[in-house]
Design a protein around this ligand. Structure first.
Ligand code: C2E
Ligand code: CA
Ligand code: CA
Ligand code: CA
Length: 279
Protein backbone atom coordinates (compact mmCIF):
# COMPACT_ATOMS: atom_id res chain seq x y z
CA UNK A 1 0.00 0.00 0.00
CA UNK A 2 1.17 3.53 -0.65
CA UNK A 3 3.79 2.42 -3.21
CA UNK A 4 3.96 2.07 -6.97
CA UNK A 5 0.71 1.68 -8.89
CA UNK A 6 -1.50 1.16 -5.90
CA UNK A 7 -0.82 4.63 -4.50
CA UNK A 8 -3.11 6.21 -7.07
CA UNK A 9 -5.94 3.98 -5.89
CA UNK A 10 -5.11 4.66 -2.30
CA UNK A 11 -5.37 8.41 -2.94
CA UNK A 12 -8.63 7.95 -4.80
CA UNK A 13 -10.14 5.86 -1.99
CA UNK A 14 -9.22 8.42 0.62
CA UNK A 15 -10.87 11.12 -1.46
CA UNK A 16 -14.05 9.10 -1.70
CA UNK A 17 -14.03 8.37 2.00
CA UNK A 18 -13.60 12.01 2.95
CA UNK A 19 -16.53 13.16 0.82
CA UNK A 20 -18.66 10.21 1.92
CA UNK A 21 -17.85 11.00 5.54
CA UNK A 22 -18.77 14.63 5.04
CA UNK A 23 -22.02 13.62 3.38
CA UNK A 24 -22.93 11.28 6.23
CA UNK A 25 -22.12 13.96 8.80
CA UNK A 26 -24.28 16.49 6.96
CA UNK A 27 -27.09 13.95 6.71
CA UNK A 28 -27.01 13.30 10.46
CA UNK A 29 -26.98 17.02 11.13
CA UNK A 30 -29.87 17.62 8.75
CA UNK A 31 -31.91 14.87 10.38
CA UNK A 32 -31.30 16.49 13.75
CA UNK A 33 -32.14 19.99 12.49
CA UNK A 34 -35.40 18.70 11.02
CA UNK A 35 -36.26 17.04 14.33
CA UNK A 36 -35.51 20.26 16.22
CA UNK A 37 -37.65 22.32 13.85
CA UNK A 38 -34.67 24.39 12.66
CA UNK A 39 -35.73 24.47 9.02
CA UNK A 40 -37.47 27.60 7.79
CA UNK A 41 -39.14 28.80 4.64
CA UNK A 42 -38.29 32.17 3.11
CA UNK A 43 -40.48 33.72 0.44
CA UNK A 44 -39.40 35.52 -2.70
CA UNK A 45 -41.95 37.81 -4.40
CA UNK A 46 -43.15 37.00 -7.90
CA UNK A 47 -44.13 40.20 -9.71
CA UNK A 48 -46.62 40.66 -12.54
CA UNK A 49 -44.68 42.70 -15.11
CA UNK A 50 -47.66 44.58 -16.58
CA UNK A 51 -49.09 45.81 -13.25
CA UNK A 52 -45.94 45.76 -11.12
CA UNK A 53 -47.87 43.94 -8.41
CA UNK A 54 -46.69 41.07 -6.24
CA UNK A 55 -48.85 38.16 -7.34
CA UNK A 56 -47.02 35.24 -5.82
CA UNK A 57 -44.25 33.94 -3.63
CA UNK A 58 -41.75 31.14 -4.13
CA UNK A 59 -41.08 29.27 -0.90
CA UNK A 60 -37.35 28.57 -0.45
CA UNK A 61 -35.89 26.40 2.29
CA UNK A 62 -33.46 27.94 4.76
CA UNK A 63 -31.36 26.04 7.29
CA UNK A 64 -29.77 28.26 9.90
CA UNK A 65 -27.34 26.05 11.79
CA UNK A 66 -26.40 27.38 15.27
CA UNK A 67 -22.68 26.75 14.58
CA UNK A 68 -22.23 27.09 10.81
CA UNK A 69 -24.85 29.74 10.08
CA UNK A 70 -26.92 29.40 6.89
CA UNK A 71 -26.24 26.21 4.97
CA UNK A 72 -27.21 26.57 1.31
CA UNK A 73 -30.00 24.40 -0.11
CA UNK A 74 -27.63 23.75 -3.03
CA UNK A 75 -25.58 21.81 -0.46
CA UNK A 76 -28.22 20.07 1.64
CA UNK A 77 -30.96 19.30 -0.91
CA UNK A 78 -28.71 16.77 -2.74
CA UNK A 79 -27.99 15.12 0.62
CA UNK A 80 -31.70 15.03 1.42
CA UNK A 81 -32.33 13.53 -2.02
CA UNK A 82 -29.75 10.74 -1.74
CA UNK A 83 -30.60 9.86 1.87
CA UNK A 84 -34.37 9.73 1.54
CA UNK A 85 -34.77 12.66 3.95
CA UNK A 86 -36.33 14.58 1.05
CA UNK A 87 -39.55 12.63 1.75
CA UNK A 88 -40.27 14.09 5.21
CA UNK A 89 -38.52 17.38 4.39
CA UNK A 90 -40.49 17.89 1.19
CA UNK A 91 -43.71 17.01 2.99
CA UNK A 92 -42.95 19.60 5.67
CA UNK A 93 -42.27 22.25 3.00
CA UNK A 94 -45.62 21.68 1.27
CA UNK A 95 -47.52 21.70 4.58
CA UNK A 96 -45.70 24.77 5.91
CA UNK A 97 -46.12 26.77 2.69
CA UNK A 98 -49.87 26.05 2.61
CA UNK A 99 -50.25 26.84 6.30
CA UNK A 100 -48.39 30.15 5.93
CA UNK A 101 -50.22 31.19 2.77
CA UNK A 102 -53.58 30.47 4.40
CA UNK A 103 -52.51 32.48 7.48
CA UNK A 104 -51.71 35.49 5.24
CA UNK A 105 -55.12 35.14 3.64
CA UNK A 106 -56.77 35.09 7.08
CA UNK A 107 -54.85 38.25 7.99
CA UNK A 108 -56.50 39.94 5.03
CA UNK A 109 -53.32 40.42 3.01
CA UNK A 110 -53.58 40.73 -0.78
CA UNK A 111 -54.09 37.35 -2.43
CA UNK A 112 -50.94 35.73 -3.71
CA UNK A 113 -50.19 32.29 -5.04
CA UNK A 114 -47.45 30.25 -3.40
CA UNK A 115 -44.95 28.18 -5.35
CA UNK A 116 -43.21 25.17 -3.80
CA UNK A 117 -40.15 23.36 -5.16
CA UNK A 118 -40.46 19.61 -5.66
CA UNK A 119 -37.17 17.80 -6.22
CA UNK A 120 -36.83 14.94 -8.73
CA UNK A 121 -36.67 12.16 -6.11
CA UNK A 122 -39.53 13.67 -4.17
CA UNK A 123 -41.56 13.83 -7.37
CA UNK A 124 -40.84 10.30 -8.56
CA UNK A 125 -40.35 8.32 -5.35
CA UNK A 126 -42.73 9.84 -2.79
CA UNK A 127 -46.48 10.27 -2.87
CA UNK A 128 -46.36 13.97 -3.72
CA UNK A 129 -50.01 14.09 -4.83
CA UNK A 130 -51.23 12.48 -1.60
CA UNK A 131 -49.01 14.78 0.41
CA UNK A 132 -50.33 17.84 -1.44
CA UNK A 133 -53.93 16.74 -0.94
CA UNK A 134 -53.33 16.38 2.82
CA UNK A 135 -51.61 19.78 3.03
CA UNK A 136 -54.52 21.49 1.26
CA UNK A 137 -56.99 19.66 3.47
CA UNK A 138 -55.32 20.49 6.77
CA UNK A 139 -54.51 24.11 5.92
CA UNK A 140 -57.72 25.04 4.13
CA UNK A 141 -55.64 26.72 1.42
CA UNK A 142 -57.04 26.58 -2.10
CA UNK A 143 -55.46 24.29 -4.67
CA UNK A 144 -55.75 26.94 -7.40
CA UNK A 145 -53.40 29.21 -5.45
CA UNK A 146 -50.75 26.52 -4.99
CA UNK A 147 -48.10 25.97 -7.63
CA UNK A 148 -45.59 23.12 -7.68
CA UNK A 149 -42.24 23.66 -9.41
CA UNK A 150 -40.73 20.62 -11.08
CA UNK A 151 -37.53 20.42 -13.09
CA UNK A 152 -37.25 18.96 -16.55
CA UNK A 153 -34.97 16.18 -15.32
CA UNK A 154 -37.76 14.83 -13.09
CA UNK A 155 -39.99 14.65 -16.16
CA UNK A 156 -37.38 13.30 -18.55
CA UNK A 157 -36.19 10.37 -16.45
CA UNK A 158 -39.41 8.40 -16.38
CA UNK A 159 -41.93 10.27 -18.53
CA UNK A 160 -44.82 7.84 -18.17
CA UNK A 161 -44.70 7.83 -14.39
CA UNK A 162 -44.15 11.57 -14.39
CA UNK A 163 -47.23 12.10 -16.52
CA UNK A 164 -49.33 10.00 -14.14
CA UNK A 165 -48.19 12.11 -11.17
CA UNK A 166 -48.80 15.38 -13.03
CA UNK A 167 -52.31 14.23 -13.88
CA UNK A 168 -53.06 13.45 -10.24
CA UNK A 169 -51.81 16.88 -9.22
CA UNK A 170 -53.81 18.50 -11.98
CA UNK A 171 -56.93 16.71 -10.72
CA UNK A 172 -56.38 18.32 -7.32
CA UNK A 173 -56.42 21.68 -9.10
CA UNK A 174 -52.87 22.83 -8.35
CA UNK A 175 -50.83 24.69 -10.96
CA UNK A 176 -47.65 23.18 -12.37
CA UNK A 177 -44.48 25.01 -13.32
CA UNK A 178 -41.32 23.83 -15.04
CA UNK A 179 -38.38 25.22 -13.06
CA UNK A 180 -35.01 26.13 -14.60
CA UNK A 181 -36.58 25.87 -18.04
CA UNK A 182 -34.09 25.55 -20.86
CA UNK A 183 -31.37 23.84 -18.83
CA UNK A 184 -32.70 20.29 -19.18
CA UNK A 185 -33.36 18.37 -22.36
CA UNK A 186 -36.26 17.45 -24.68
CA UNK A 187 -38.07 20.52 -23.43
CA UNK A 188 -40.33 20.75 -26.43
CA UNK A 189 -41.54 17.18 -26.09
CA UNK A 190 -42.41 17.87 -22.43
CA UNK A 191 -44.34 20.98 -23.23
CA UNK A 192 -46.52 19.14 -25.67
CA UNK A 193 -47.07 16.12 -23.49
CA UNK A 194 -47.39 17.36 -19.94
CA UNK A 195 -50.15 19.47 -18.36
CA UNK A 196 -48.00 22.51 -17.52
CA UNK A 197 -49.14 26.04 -16.62
CA UNK A 198 -45.94 28.02 -16.14
CA UNK A 199 -42.42 28.12 -17.60
CA UNK A 200 -39.72 29.58 -15.39
CA UNK A 201 -36.83 30.83 -17.51
CA UNK A 202 -33.62 29.84 -15.75
CA UNK A 203 -31.65 32.72 -14.29
CA UNK A 204 -28.62 31.60 -16.29
CA UNK A 205 -30.30 33.03 -19.41
CA UNK A 206 -31.23 36.29 -17.68
CA UNK A 207 -27.92 37.06 -15.95
CA UNK A 208 -26.03 38.50 -18.93
CA UNK A 209 -28.91 40.39 -20.55
CA UNK A 210 -28.45 42.90 -22.25
CA UNK A 211 -24.82 41.98 -23.00
CA UNK A 212 -25.26 38.46 -24.35
CA UNK A 213 -27.11 38.21 -27.66
CA UNK A 214 -27.50 34.44 -27.48
CA UNK A 215 -29.15 34.61 -24.07
CA UNK A 216 -31.48 37.32 -25.36
CA UNK A 217 -32.42 35.20 -28.37
CA UNK A 218 -33.07 32.17 -26.15
CA UNK A 219 -35.17 34.16 -23.68
CA UNK A 220 -37.18 35.71 -26.51
CA UNK A 221 -37.78 32.26 -28.00
CA UNK A 222 -38.94 30.80 -24.66
CA UNK A 223 -41.33 33.71 -24.12
CA UNK A 224 -42.73 33.41 -27.66
CA UNK A 225 -43.15 29.66 -27.33
CA UNK A 226 -44.81 29.98 -23.93
CA UNK A 227 -47.24 32.56 -25.23
CA UNK A 228 -48.21 30.52 -28.26
CA UNK A 229 -48.79 27.47 -26.07
CA UNK A 230 -50.84 29.60 -23.66
CA UNK A 231 -48.40 29.14 -20.80
CA UNK A 232 -47.45 31.78 -18.30
CA UNK A 233 -43.76 32.72 -18.53
CA UNK A 234 -41.81 33.91 -15.50
CA UNK A 235 -38.17 35.01 -15.61
CA UNK A 236 -35.92 34.19 -12.66
CA UNK A 237 -32.95 36.07 -11.29
CA UNK A 238 -33.91 39.52 -12.59
CA UNK A 239 -31.52 42.01 -11.03
CA UNK A 240 -31.55 45.10 -13.26
CA UNK A 241 -34.01 47.53 -14.80
CA UNK A 242 -32.51 46.77 -18.23
CA UNK A 243 -33.37 43.09 -17.80
CA UNK A 244 -36.92 43.96 -16.75
CA UNK A 245 -37.33 46.33 -19.73
CA UNK A 246 -36.14 43.60 -22.08
CA UNK A 247 -38.61 41.10 -20.60
CA UNK A 248 -41.49 43.57 -20.67
CA UNK A 249 -40.90 44.53 -24.29
CA UNK A 250 -40.81 40.85 -25.25
CA UNK A 251 -44.07 40.02 -23.50
CA UNK A 252 -42.85 38.08 -20.47
CA UNK A 253 -45.61 37.76 -17.83
CA UNK A 254 -43.81 37.83 -14.51
CA UNK A 255 -40.44 37.95 -12.80
CA UNK A 256 -38.59 37.09 -9.64
CA UNK A 257 -35.26 38.51 -8.59
CA UNK A 258 -33.26 40.88 -6.43
CA UNK A 259 -34.61 43.82 -8.46
CA UNK A 260 -37.81 43.39 -6.45
CA UNK A 261 -36.53 41.51 -3.41
CA UNK A 262 -34.39 38.63 -2.25
CA UNK A 263 -36.18 35.77 -0.46
CA UNK A 264 -37.56 37.06 2.88
CA UNK A 265 -38.62 35.54 6.20
CA UNK A 266 -42.41 35.12 6.31
CA UNK A 267 -43.02 38.20 8.48
CA UNK A 268 -40.94 40.45 6.21
CA UNK A 269 -42.68 39.12 3.11
CA UNK A 270 -46.05 39.84 4.75
CA UNK A 271 -44.93 43.39 5.56
CA UNK A 272 -43.82 43.94 1.96
CA UNK A 273 -47.12 42.56 0.70
CA UNK A 274 -49.15 44.72 3.10
CA UNK A 275 -47.32 47.83 1.92
CA UNK A 276 -47.38 46.94 -1.77
CA UNK A 277 -50.82 48.47 -2.34
CA UNK A 278 -52.27 45.30 -3.84
CA UNK A 279 -56.05 44.70 -4.05
P1 C2E B 1 -34.38 27.55 -7.61
O1 C2E B 1 -35.66 26.86 -7.34
O2 C2E B 1 -34.02 27.76 -9.03
O3 C2E B 1 -34.47 28.90 -6.78
C1 C2E B 1 -33.95 30.13 -7.23
C2 C2E B 1 -32.67 30.46 -6.51
O4 C2E B 1 -32.19 31.70 -7.02
C3 C2E B 1 -32.83 30.68 -5.01
O5 C2E B 1 -31.63 30.23 -4.39
C4 C2E B 1 -32.96 32.18 -4.90
O6 C2E B 1 -32.60 32.69 -3.64
C5 C2E B 1 -32.00 32.63 -5.97
N1 C2E B 1 -32.31 33.95 -6.51
C6 C2E B 1 -33.49 34.59 -6.54
N2 C2E B 1 -33.40 35.78 -7.14
C7 C2E B 1 -32.11 35.93 -7.52
C8 C2E B 1 -31.39 36.96 -8.21
O7 C2E B 1 -31.92 38.02 -8.59
N3 C2E B 1 -30.08 36.74 -8.43
C9 C2E B 1 -29.46 35.60 -8.02
N4 C2E B 1 -28.16 35.46 -8.28
N5 C2E B 1 -30.11 34.59 -7.37
C10 C2E B 1 -31.42 34.77 -7.12
P2 C2E B 1 -31.66 29.34 -3.07
O8 C2E B 1 -32.78 29.80 -2.19
O9 C2E B 1 -30.29 29.29 -2.53
O10 C2E B 1 -32.07 27.91 -3.60
C11 C2E B 1 -31.24 27.18 -4.46
C12 C2E B 1 -31.95 25.97 -4.99
O11 C2E B 1 -32.22 25.04 -3.94
C13 C2E B 1 -33.31 26.27 -5.60
O12 C2E B 1 -33.15 26.76 -6.92
C14 C2E B 1 -33.96 24.92 -5.54
O13 C2E B 1 -33.51 24.10 -6.59
C15 C2E B 1 -33.41 24.36 -4.23
N6 C2E B 1 -34.41 24.57 -3.17
C16 C2E B 1 -34.62 25.64 -2.37
N7 C2E B 1 -35.67 25.42 -1.53
C17 C2E B 1 -36.14 24.19 -1.85
C18 C2E B 1 -37.23 23.39 -1.34
O14 C2E B 1 -38.03 23.77 -0.48
N8 C2E B 1 -37.39 22.15 -1.91
C19 C2E B 1 -36.57 21.70 -2.91
N9 C2E B 1 -36.80 20.46 -3.40
N10 C2E B 1 -35.56 22.42 -3.40
C20 C2E B 1 -35.34 23.66 -2.88
CA1 CA C 1 -37.67 27.02 -8.00
CA1 CA D 1 -35.22 28.01 -10.85
CA1 CA E 1 -31.90 26.71 -10.20
Amino acid sequence: EGRGESSAWCFYDEGMTASARERIALEAKLRLAMGLGQMQLYYQPQVDIASGRIVGAEALLRWNDPQEGFISPARFIPVAESSGLIGPLGEWVIHEACRQAQAWRMQGLPEVSVAVNVSPHQFLLTDVAGCTARALQSSGYSAQALELEITESALAERPDEALAVLRKLRELGVRLAIDDFGTGYSSLAHLKRFPIDVLKIDQGFIRDIPHNGDDMAISRAIIAMGRSLDLQVLAEGVETVQQLDFLRSNGCDAFQGYLCSKPLPAAEFAALLAGSGGT
